[in-house]
Design a protein around this ligand. Structure first.
Ligand code: ATP
Ligand code: MG
Length: 463
């Protein structure tokens, strides 16, 4: 499961290249400064040697000679690190004294009578100081050269002295990043351990106060997710206990009636029991269906992606086909007053909501009554109404009827008290409000669901 970059790699990737670049640039600058300083100092010493030699030049009998006593020669030409070479040459290029073949300057000095240059002698690099001395016989060249051992030694010593701390600095940076990241991530590691050690039932918020500020938003997001999960699990738990509690009695009754039917010998009794059995089965199926619908209607059971633009009037029209015949059975006049009213919703659930309102209206309105289904487009809301002129709901019960399993005492039929609870859950899923009112006529029930209106910017794709 390892992918992406480690924080360490990332930090080192950012820090190291500029550090190494600085190190190299520093080394180059230091090398150049040191080289020029060392060259100047040692060139000066070389020139002093050449000047000392020049003092020993004489002209005897028209001949230029170098009068260098052995002791002076030893002092001049001995060095702890380098080989020292010299050459004295007459104005016509004639050899006077010293080491033959020591390279001559390629150019003449412009102003002063001295010049410094690099050359090769006996297979080694040498640095040479050349003096041009006027004499009676013309110009004499005095060359003093040395190998570069002590110069290089000095350069390396200075360079190492400067670079060592910088190399240590880079090493320290790597160390700091390495251990710093480990230390910085320790609170996250503790969080990880806390979450990993939890059971799947423990949905308490994660304690993230110790975590670095940068990680806090992640902890908060995780806690929000845990809270949502808790709501979903709570809804499922409620469904399971509701279902278990509510289904136990009707299922036991079914079993008892089947048992009774099995022991009945008389055809007439058997038929009656079977009729009861059929009614009881119908009620149980209805209860199971209502329970499942309620579970599906919970806001926690839906993803935002399931929502789509829906026209309430279109859904009402589609329902008419199914509900008009049922109303006719009771000689009820089921009318529709529809205008386009768009919302964002789940069509299946909106149909379910309307079905429950219509089922109640037809069920509780006496024979020969009136029911009207309305869709209204308001400025900020789309409204779905089902109005009947039945017995109405007492004002003291207008809220309670939306509770699960709540039925008004003496209500006809054998509903299970879940219809309006389903309506309220579906409304909540759609951020809508479900309410029960007394119609303007003062008689019957006006059930209303008020939905937030569909923003104009959304595409119009009605179901
Ligand atoms: N249009 C209505 N007119 C009169 N009373 C109503 C109307 N709608 C609902 N009620 C009352 O509210 C109660 C709750 O209704 P709800 O739809 O939740 O349950 P139910 O109809 O009894 O059972 P279910 O719909 O689950 O089969 C009903 O028992 C009934 O007494
Ligand atoms: Mg109902």
């Amino acid at each position: 499961m390892k992918s992406g970059h480690s924080l360490r790699q990332l930090l080192l990737g950012w820090l190291l290249p500029p550090l190494v670049l600085l190190l190299v640039a520093g080394a180059i600058t230091a090398y150049q400064i040191t080289l020029s300083a060392a060259t100047q100092a040692y060139d000066r010493a070389l020139l002093d040697g050449a000047l000392a030699l020049a003092k020993q030049i004489r002209v005897e009998n028209g001949q230029t000679v170098l009068d260098l006593p052995l002791i002076a020669q030893q002092v001049l030409l001995t060095d702890k690190y380098d080989h020292i070479y010299y050459l004295v040459q007459g104005s016509h290029g004639e050899f006077i004294a010293g080491h033959r073949g020591l390279p001559l300057p390629e150019e003449k000095p412009l102003e002063e009578n001295r010049i410094y240059y690099d050359g090769f002698f006996h297979g080694e690099k040498v640095r040479i100081a050349a003096l041009f001395i006027p004499s009676e016989t013309g110009q004499v060249h005095v060359l003093m050269g040395e190998t570069l051992v002590k110069r290089n030694k000095l350069i390396w010593e200075i360079l190492l002295g400067m670079l060592a701390p910088q190399v240590l600095l880079v090493a320290a940076t790597i160390g700091l990043v390495w251990f710093g990241v480990k230390r910085g991530l320790a609170p996250i590691e503790r969080l990880r351990n806390e979450i990993a050690a939890r059971s799947q039932h423990d949905l308490r918020p994660v304690q993230g106060e110790q975590a670095p500020t940068e990680v806090q938003p992640m902890v908060e997001a995780l806690n929000t997710l845990l809270e949502k999960l808790g709501t979903v699990m709570g809804a499922q738990q409620r469904f399971i206990s509701d279902a278990a509690h509510q289904l136990r009695t009707p299922l036991a009754a079914l079993q008892a009636q089947v048992d009774l039917a099995l022991h009945q010998k008389n055809d007439g009794d058997l038929r009656l029991t079977l009729q009861h059995l059929f009614a009881a089965t119908e009620r149980t199926v209805h209860l199971a269906n209502q329970l499942l619908t309620l579970a599906r209607a919970e806001p926690a059971g839906h993803l935002p992606g399931e929502m789509q633009p829906v026209d309430l009037s279109q859904i009402a029209q589609e329902c008419a086909e199914e509900w008009v015949p049922r109303a006719l059975v009771k000689n009820i006049d089921l009318g529709f007053e529809l205008e386009p009213a768009r919302i964002i919703g789940i069509p299946l659930l909106i149909r379910e909501l309307l079905a429950n309102l219509l089922d109640n209206a037809i069920r509780y309105t006496p024979v020969g009554g009136n029911i009207t289904v309305r869709t209204i487009a308001q400025a900020h809301a789309s409204v779905l109404e089902v109005e009947d002129n039945g017995p109405g709901i007492p004002t003291s019960d207008t809220d309670a009827v939306f509770e699960r399993f709540y039925r008004i005492k003496g209500s006809p039929g054998d509903g299970c008290g879940l219809g309006l609870a389903i309506v309220r859950e579906i409304a909540r899923t759609h951020s809508a409000l479900a309410e029960s009112k007394i119609p303007p006529t003062g008689q019957g029930t006006l059930m209303r669901a008020i939905f937030p209106v569909l923003p104009d910017s959304l595409p119009d794709t009605p179901t």
